[in-house]
Ligand binder design. Structure first.
Ligand SMILES: Cc1cc2nc3c(=O)[nH]c(=O)nc-3n(C[C@H](O)[C@H](O)[C@H](O)COP(=O)(O)OP(=O)(O)OC[C@H]3O[C@@H](n4cnc5c(N)ncnc54)[C@H](O)[C@@H]3O)c2cc1C
Ligand code: FES
Length: 361
């Protein structure tokens, strides 16, 4: 995985355990760091003699400012989050990989969009809200943001600025509100969503879609409530910060087919990968994942976890076929899989030749 040195040009405490860091992109790297709202970067850190890589969503908005911003919440005993929040000072340089991810695709017609965030899950949803709000398509947006208490609300001013726009409403929901709080109270859970869905979408004649980011339990509850309110799984996208790969009780591997010649099935003789504008070819060993084969020949592919939880190895099969472990559905939706998107660490080729592109994401 290629990383680039980006200086930290600004820090701002967002809450007692959360800090935003702004990273400057040198002029010769502007192309490498072009990004879409909702994408993340990987930060590589040397801590205690170990090289650790962690992903952070960009909380800056593409086109609005030149610097990149990440917003990091310290997890208990977390190595990289504690280092970023407590130790990294302005002027230090971070090793960072280019932005990646497929969390957000702007709908191609006007939508009524529910953005449901909890805690640090606001990071990718704030730029998504800003891009949707400014879109000429005319989306309507409900931004619903849950936190424990008022002084824990991350990026508070910027979220509230959205509320000044005609097509956006913002609703804060606190589990531990102070006396006199006149916003929402409690958890954004299944009951809360089912109680409020009709109000959020009452006056709309637009299709409704939803983007979720926050702890897994929050997103599971939100997704099931939204489906009970009539949304389909294709209408809901989620970004996982702390995914644990789960193949339990799952269906068989999912077959992904791109353009392929009849009779091409058989042991793979060539994986051709497009990475950084160049082609790398490798013959996989039997049963080997596409990612493992490429790492074995030291191809400069983006990856970190190698187990389907970090999203770094998202790529697109452009010819041939592959089988992907069903846990891929935790990250990619049916329409992504139909487009040929895969996680290369969970995918094995099943045709003699496949071509896979890492450059678009
Ligand atoms: C696509 C993507 C985008 C992300 N965006 C952000 C972001 O914008 N802001 C942000 O703060 N984090 C974000 N994360 C999470 C981040 O990558 C790290 O996982 C997190 O900072 C913890 O890393 P660590 O090294 O501090 O913890 P580790 O040292 O890896 O783990 C320490 C302990 O914390 C637990 N743990 C690890 N990660 C989490 C977590 N996310 N929540 C709760 N417990 C955890 C582990 O199980 C372990 O017990 C994102 C993750 C992904 C995959
Ligand atoms: S390397 Fe992390 S998802 Fe594949």
């Amino acid at each position: 995985m290629s990383t680039y040195p980006l200086p930290v040009v600004r820090r701002r405490a967002e809450a007692s355990d959360t800090t935003s860091l702004w990273l400057q992109v040198p002029s010769d790297l502007v192309g490498a760091f072009r990004y879409r709202a909702g994408q993340f970067i990987a930060v590589q850190a040397e801590i205690g003699g170990e090289t650790l890589v962690r992903q952070y969503s960009l909380s800056s908005t593409p086109g609005a400012e030149a610097d990149l911003r990440i917003t990091v919440k310290k997890v208990p005993d977390g190595h990289v989050s504690s280092w970023l929040v407590d130790r990294v000072a302005e002027g230090e340089v971070l090793e960072v990989a280019s932005p990646r991810g497929v969390f957000f695709k702007e709908p191609d017609v006007a939508h009524h969009v529910l953005l449901l965030a909890a805690g640090s899950g606001v990071a990718p949803l704030l730029p998504i809200a800003q891009i949707l709000a400014a879109s000429p398509l005319g989306h309507d947006i409900n931004f619903v943001y849950g936190n424990r208490q008022l002084d824990g609300i991350i990026l508070h001013d910027e979220v509230d600025e959205l509320a000044a726009l005609d097509n956006v409403t913002v609703e804060h929901v606190l589990t531990r509100p102070h006396d006199g709080w006149n916003g929402g109270c409690g958890r954004i859970d299944r009951a809360f969503i089912q109680q409020n869905f009709a109000r959020w979408t009452a006056s709309t004649d637009k299709p409704v879609s939803a983007y979720l980011c926050g702890p897994e339990g929050f997103m599971d509850a939100a997704e099931s409530a939204l489906m009970a309110c009539g949304l389909s799984s294709a209408d809901i996208r989620r970004e996982s910060f702390d995914l644990v790969l789960n193949d339990d009780g799952a269906e068989d591997d999912i077959r992904i087919v791109a353009e392929t010649d009849p009779g091409d099935e058989g042991e793979c003789e060539a994986i051709v990968a497009v990475v950084g504008g160049e082609e790398v070819t490798v013959v996989p060993e039997p049963g080997e994942s596409i990612l493992s084969a490429l790492i074995r020949v030291e191809a400069d592919v983006p990856y970190s976890c190698q187990e389907g939880t970090c999203s770094s190895c998202i790529s697109k099969l452009t010819s041939g076929a592959a089988e992907v472990r069903p846990a891929v559905r935790q990250t990619l939706r049916d329409d992504d899989l139909e487009e040929g998107l895969v996680l290369a660490c969970l995918a094995r080729p099943t045709t003699r030749r496949i071509r896979i592109d890492f450059d678009e994401f």
